[in-house]
Design a protein around this ligand. Structure first.
Ligand code: FMN
Length: 360
């Protein structure tokens, strides 16, 4: 396993801990992963949910919390690894979150839940505003699920900003949270077919990078559980892996004990695919909350203005409320996002043990 070079930075262990919102990956988890030499990732989605003035003041709390959690994760990392932020492009305040991550000197910005067409422009504008030196700019990584999406984003950035991604994360159908696949694709796509897609994305990144005398590493995500899975991803041409669900069942994960235990208890049959107000399918643990939503849902009493395209009059539920309830441990009223391989998680362990197990 080789170190992962991203822009002007290096992670000695090419393992990214995937960003998990709301509140599942904040500074405690991200700092612990970075301390091991990996890349710890904070999720910016409603990250300030437990600030005392959050209700009614969400935006200010989230910006403050992005700043605080990046600083704390870097402190915990003690100079090792890298600290990144996952910012969903579907967020209403996506641009402000990116700006705050630049200001707080995140090493890496990862964007999923849509293609981050404007990301380099937003980062450059923020860099000017905060007087960042070139070496201080974060590396930029889009998350894609297909070769087509990888080509679209690379060409867009090249045309509009004369740049390319520093890293491409390929998220497959076994991932947790929102998924870049239709329900039908999730049912029909075979692991072999998706392996081919990863190979094509690796070839595409190589081709597009070489055109500019650069190298764009590809990182594979979704369902990576043990060292064999990591080795398999590398055999397809990936130079790193992004792992999320496994890191939930750790002492360091920022979620409540009840949330972590739900991962330990869940089996494959307990999982389901839900329709999220984000407009994408998502994988979650079937629980009372999901059953109630399927039976007609509840009324949205208050809108937290988290998503760009969510109409609270039509949405089946409030995703902020559901994810905050879950992370706090009110599981009967919460949405528990999870990856397809959760059935293999049987105990709560430490970040150190997982990193040693996966790295070779
Ligand atoms: C609880 C949970 C929350 C997640 N939240 C986000 C998120 O806010 N943004 C995002 O881009 N991906 C999110 N993901 C996806 C992960 O970052 C990761 O890419 C994916 O889950 C990898 O698959 P694995 O969980 O099987 O390792 C989430 C995943 C989980 C399990």
């Amino acid at each position: 396993m080789k170190e992962l070079k991203i822009r002007n930075r290096v992670a000695s262990i090419p393992i990214i801990q995937g960003g998990m919102g709301v509140g599942v990956s904040r500074s405690s988890l991200a700092g612990a992963v970075a301390k091991e030499g990996g890349i710890g990732v904070i999720s910016s989605a409603q990250i300030g949910y437990d600030e005392p003035d959050f209700e009614g003041n969400e935006q200010a709390c989230n910006l403050r919390a992005i700043d605080q959690h990046i600083a704390r994760a870097k402190e915990l990392a003690q100079g090792a690894g890298l600290v990144g932020v996952n910012i969903m492009t579907a967020l209403k305040h996506y641009k402000e979150h990116v700006r705050e991550a630049v200001k707080a000197k995140a090493d890496l910005i990862i964007c999923g839940a849509g293609l981050p067409a404007e990301l380099p422009g937003i980062v450059r504008e923020a860099a000017r505003e905060f007087d960042c030196r070139d070496g201080e700019l974060p590396a930029l990584a889009p998350i894609v699920s297909s070769e087509k999406a990888a080509r679209v984003i690379c060409k867009l950035w090249e045309k509009k900003y004369d740049c390319q991604p520093d890293l491409i994360i390929v998220e497959g159908p076994k991932a947790g949270g929102h998924l870049g696949f239709s329900r039908e694709q999730l049912e029909t796509l075979t692991p072999q077919a998706y392996d081919e897609e990863i190979r094509r994305i690796v070839a595409c990144a190589r081709e597009l990078g070489e055109r500019r005398g650069a190298h764009i590493p590809v990182v594979a995500a979704g369902g990576i559980f043990d060292r064999a899975d990591v080795e398999h991803a590398f055999s397809l041409g990936a130079e790193g892996v992004q792992v999320a669900s496994r890191f939930v069942a750790t002492d360091e994960c920022d979620a409540s004990e009840a949330f972590k235990q739900a991962y330990v208890w869940a089996d494959e049959e307990d999982l389901t695919i839900i329709k999220s107000p984000v407009g994408m399918p998502g994988r979650a643990i079937r629980n009372r909350f999901i059953e109630q939503m399927e039976a007609g849902g509840g009324r949205i009493e208050r809108c937290y203005r988290c998503l760009e395209h969510c109409d609270p009059k039509r949405a089946p539920y409030c995703i902020t409320k559901a994810l905050v309830n879950a992370v706090k441990g009110d599981l009967d009223h919460g949405l528990i996002f999870v990856g397809a391989n959760v059935g293999r998680i049987r105990e709560i362990t430490s970040v150190h043990k997982i990193m040693r197990e996966l790295a070779f």
